[in-house]
Design a protein. Structure first.
Length: 537
């Protein structure tokens, strides 16, 4: 059933259309070029404006710093609103700030006639040319990151543990680029200032391909003239000695363009696609399940004006944010609240009846079975514990499916913590819909026990994962005030106090829990949960 959304905000950016061009978006802002300025805008309007020493086409953010690139210079915004700069002999096609002080650069070296990736003095050659280099970067961004906290600026810190954590941080960057005749992609593993090419392969001969990051993950959507495919993480890929446990890109089968007449296409996760179509005084949103190529959710946003162009969309904190131009070609940012579907409501799968457990285990291992609600329920109802452990490793498993499995068997908590990934908001929704008060107590107690077990034995990232789940569990507000006992409050307080005293590098990870406790004790010294809304963002 289609729903109608009528409440929205719309803010005019007051830009002349002939002088303004949409460039890109990051996690927070839409980036627009206006004459010699670069602008950052969101639902509040233009929030940042940069007048640069020369024409720049790229803007990036990292660790609270802002960087720009022109044809052969990198600029960094300084606190005095001036710019530091570094000039290169090579032409800069694109760049990506890293956790270390050296960025990753995509360069054209005219002297060597090469297309290069470079970090500090480490160079990876992607193309060798006989004549003029004609390459152009289509997409460049992180494809995988370890749980290093980018909010921690290590430059002025003398904490050895934090410095070592940043130096040892492992990540991977994917670069999609085109020549005159083909499009290729590569994955480079990064460890500190070291870099190694992990994969370099052909993507398509369609040089008009668009590559777009998913709304809720690092997965990518590649859209061709007559088809599209998803580039997602392959957790079963070979581990490389250089960068262990970095998943390689996995290309899905090619899907025909079964969605028609839409102005914007975004990948939600690795099996849901969202399209936005322009109607008279309306925007129509359709959500498709890739496995069945069918629509499972639709809604329409009713507007007071007509839309001419849709440039981009982001989703954050339950809010849709869309950069458009109206019939008068004015740039506007639309914003409205609504849920973003992250799992399909259909029970589509390739099996009317599931295979025997041993065969099902093999299908899960080889990623040949579609992960659906029906499969999760089948595993739970038939107590297939081995299948449950294997399916928790699957990147296609929705958060609600993972929560259902742990609810049915708390002994799966270790596998859940080790393998399951997802957004805080979706975990919160899953806990709220699936967990009752009794299960809440059991799960919270087990999670607190896990903190004690892994503080000494494992790395900081493992503690961070447990705290993330505890925060989502608390934020779901499953229990009433009267049911939250003193023992739970005491253990949470000990967790916060212990990390502040003994693990200074964990203090930022506990900011939410600490604030939660402070607020609860301020209003009621005997209870933890109140009706006060506290966001995980």
């Amino acid at each position: 059933m289609e729903s109608l959304v009528t409440e929205y905000d719309s803010i005019d950016l007051n830009l002349e259309s002939e002088d303004s061009t949409y460039l890109s978006q990051n996690d927070k802002y839409f980036c627009i070029k206006n004459k010699s300025q670069l602008l950052e805008a969101n639902e509040c309007g233009i929030v940042n404006s940069y007048s640069l020493p020369e024409q720049c086409e790229s803007i990036r953010r990292s660790n609270g710093e802002v960087y720009f690139s022109s044809r052969n210079k990198l600029f960094k915004l300084l606190q005095s609103e001036t710019f530091g700069e570094k000039k290169f002999r090579e032409r800069i096609l694109d760049f990506l700030p890293l956790h270390s002080k050296y960025p990753l650069l995509v360069l054209i070296c005219k002297k060597m006639k090469q297309l290069q990736l470079r970090v500090k003095k480490k160079v990876v050659v992607l193309e060798q040319y006989n004549d003029r280099c004609d390459s152009k970067v289509i997409y460049l961004d992180f494809f995988y990151e370890t749980n290093y906290n980018p909010g921690v600026d290590i430059s002025g810190i003398r904490n050895k543990n934090i410095e070592e954590m940043a130096v040892k941080n492992k990540s991977a960057v994917i670069c999609v680029y085109k020549t005159e005749s083909v499009v290729k992609y590569c994955l480079v593993g990064l460890e500190g200032n070291d870099m190694k090419l992990l994969k370099h392969d052909f993507l398509t001969e369609d040089v008009g391909v668009r590559v777009i990051k998913a709304l809720l993950s690092e997965d990518l959507l590649a859209i061709f003239n007559d088809c599209f495919l998803v580039i997602s993480k392959d957790k079963d890929s070979q581990d490389y000695p250089f960068s262990q446990n970095i998943p390689l890109p996995s290309l899905s089968k090619k899907y025909t363009l079964f969605f028609k007449n839409c102005q914007l296409v975004r990948l939600v996760n690795d099996y849901i696609v969202c399209t936005v179509s322009v109607l008279e005084n309306k925007l129509n949103f359709n959500f498709y399940e890739l496995y069945s190529e069918t629509t499972f959710h639709t809604f329409t946003l009713k507007l007071d004006y007509n839309v001419k162009h849709i440039h981009s969309m982001m989703y954050d904190g339950g809010m849709y944010k869309i950069l458009i131009q109206n019939e008068e070609l004015k740039f506007l940012v639309l914003s409205f609240y609504g849920e973003l579907p992250t799992e399909t409501i259909s029970y589509y799968d390739h099996y009317k009846t599931f295979p025997e457990p041993i065969e099902l285990e093999a299908l899960i291992d080889s990623s040949e079975v579609v992960i659906t609600n029906k499969l999760v329920d089948y595993i739970i109802n038939n107590n297939l514990r081995t299948c449950a452990k294997k399916i928790l490793k699957c990147i296609h498993l929705p958060e609600i499916g993972a929560v259902k499995l742990v609810k049915s068997d708390i002994s799966l908590l270790d596998d859940f913590l080790l393998y399951t990934t997802g957004s805080d908001n979706e975990f919160k929704r899953a806990f709220k819909s699936e967990i009752d008060g009794a299960t809440f107590k059991v799960m919270l107690s087990n999670l607190l026990d896990k903190i004690t077990e892994i503080e000494v034995e494992r790395e900081t990232k493992d503690v961070k994962k447990v705290i993330k789940i505890i925060n989502a569990l608390l934020d779901a507000k499953v229990m009433e005030q009267k049911d939250f006992d003193e023992e739970m409050i005491k253990r949470l307080q000990e967790l916060v106090d212990g990390c502040q005293k003994e693990h200074l590098d964990l203090q930022s990870l506990l900011s939410y829990t600490n604030t939660l406790l402070d607020n609860k004790f301020k209003y009621n010294t005997n209870q933890l949960i109140t009706t006060m809304d506290i966001s995980l963002d």
